[in-house]
Design a protein around this ligand. Structure first.
Ligand code: NAD
Length: 443
């Protein structure tokens, strides 16, 4: 038997013939039959409806929803500024935070761009400049840093160095006429933190402290619920920020007091302290603390391992906080309101925040998991700074916010040392050390 090739169509049933004819003549009335067919040309297809095409309103592309209100709406398309309009940032210090989080986060920023790098390591400068397309002429070492004054592409200097170097580079940046975004903790003492505020004010530049959690949307949601008393009065909070350190940890700058200013408290306990403050907007009027470091462990020869501290606020709200370098990674907060408890794992992590509300539902207890569209906290914080430059506003987390945390940390250490609570003055208004929140901080 031999195979033959024929140009004749095989015998067909009436239905198959009809299908072939539909395809040939672009029969769209039988759309269900078209799967697997060759695509028709655009000219033969119905044009996009306004629902699909969207429109431009005030420089943004806008689409009408196509899913019913029963579904959670998707976020609108971002409206990034063009590269020419963005605020230029110099990153000072090419360590882990800069390389692992900040430089990647600029890709999600809508208002900022990296225009310069500063590092003491020529190899890192060359490599990172080439990875992120930074002009080699805009790369500085710590000695040549002051020449950044002549670089008009830099408006903000982002200080990402060990804590004890924050003051020097903030002040040098301010004297070069640049605004400053400074990593937390702001400094290593109240005195240095106050000097940074004064220098930036004298140079008429803005100073913002990089409290990323104040720009993270789950914590912002929690702040709104606290302030609108959604579940009644906030009675108490427990906040834990603990992690571990490798055996060779003593070699790291975090374990050298001259560079860090302290151990777990200024490094990670600060998140518990700052969050307890911004959720309510109140300031603690009393702090008490216990401190422990394993004796004879070289990692804790200069800085503390563990601090448990308690904050009492004017409304009666009490925050119990725990920080340690000796316990497995855990960043958890729980808020106890009159009518609900709210549980938040990963509260201070870079990602993975979750919110569960437990409250009465008739004769039952309802546990509701709240899911928000997560933002990149670093990009949100960087964009907040950029907005403050573009619109000439005070940052939500200015230098004064960082100074107050240093005052409180000094009181916590004092209480741990003396065993007695330390009383503090109560400011007359809420958010006494903060600038206004911006609508776009909500993501
Ligand atoms: P890191 O050790 O990874 O990087 C520090 C960089 O500073 C290194 O590149 C190092 O070479 C350079 N450096 C310059 N002089 C130094 C000196 N004398 N000793 C040691 N290093 C020196 O540290 P990191 O984790 O990137 O922290 C940098 C800053 O960012 C700190 O203030 C830290 O508290 C803060 N931080 C903030 C977050 C956050 O979530 N916002 C997270 C991590 C670190």
């Amino acid at each position: 038997m031999t195979d033959t090739i024929s140009n004749e169509p095989p015998a067909t049933t009436g239905a198959e013939l009809q299908r072939r004819d539909l395809l040939k003549f672009g029969g769209f009335g039988a759309a269900g039959l078209l799967f697997g067919s060759r695509a028709a040309s655009a000219a033969d297809l119905p044009p996009p409806s306004p629902v699909d095409r969207g429109r431009v309103e005030e420089g943004r592309v806008v689409f009408d929803p196509w899913r019913s209100p029963a579904d959670t709406p998707s976020a609108p398309p971002p409206a990034p500024l063009s590269p020419d309009e963005r605020v230029g940032f110099a990153i000072v210090g090419l360590g882990r935070l800069s390389l692992e989080e900040l430089l990647p986060a600029f890709a999600q920023s809508k208002k900022a761009k990296v225009t310069a790098l500063v590092s003491g390591s020529p190899g890192k400068l060359r490599t990172v400049a080439s990875q992120y397309g930074i002009d080699p002429a805009a790369c500085y070492d710590y000695e040549s840093f002051d020449a950044i004054a002549d670089n008009e592409a830099v408006q903000v200097v982002y200080v990402v160095l060990p804590n004890a170097l924050h003051r020097e580079f903030t002040e040098r940046a301010a004297k070069a006429g640049k605004h400053v975004l400074c990593e937390k903790p702001m400094a290593t003492s109240v005195e240095d933190a106050e000097a940074m505020v004064a220098t930036c004010a004298a140079a008429k530049v803005k100073l913002m402290i990089a409290y990323r959690i104040q720009y993270e949307i789950y914590n912002r949601q929690l702040m709104d619920w606290v302030r609108e008393k959604r579940f009644g009065r906030l009675v108490a909070m427990s906040a834990t920020n603990v992690q571990t350190v490798a055996d060779n940890g003593a070699e790291q700058w975090r374990h050298k007091r001259a560079l860090s200013g302290g151990g777990s408290l200024p490094d990670i306990g600060l998140y518990c302290l700052n969050t307890a403050r911004f959720l309510t907007g109140e300031e603690p009027v009393e702090v008490s603390a216990l401190l422990h470091s394993p004796p004879d462990d070289p990692r804790y020869a200069e800085v503390e391992e563990t601090v448990a501290f308690r904050l009492r606020f004017p409304s009666g709200f009490i925050a119990q906080c725990l920080t340690s370098y000796g316990a497995r990674d855990d960043k958890h907060q729980r808020l106890n309101f009159e009518r609900a408890s709210v549980d938040m794992p990963n509260a201070y992590s870079y990602t993975g925040q979750r919110l569960t509300i437990a409250e009465r539902d008739g004769d039952a207890t309802a546990e509701t998991a709240v899911k928000l569209e997560a933002n990149n906290q670093f990009a949100a914080e960087i964009d907040h700074m950029a907005t403050c430059i573009l619109d000439d506003r005070t940052p939500r987390t200015p230098g004064e916010e960082g100074v107050q945390d240093h005052r409180l940390m000094e009181a916590i250490y004092r209480s741990a040392e003396t065993g007695a609570p330390v009383a503090l003055p109560a400011p007359e208004r809420l958010d006494a050390f903060r600038g206004p929140p911006l609508p776009e901080d909500k993501g």
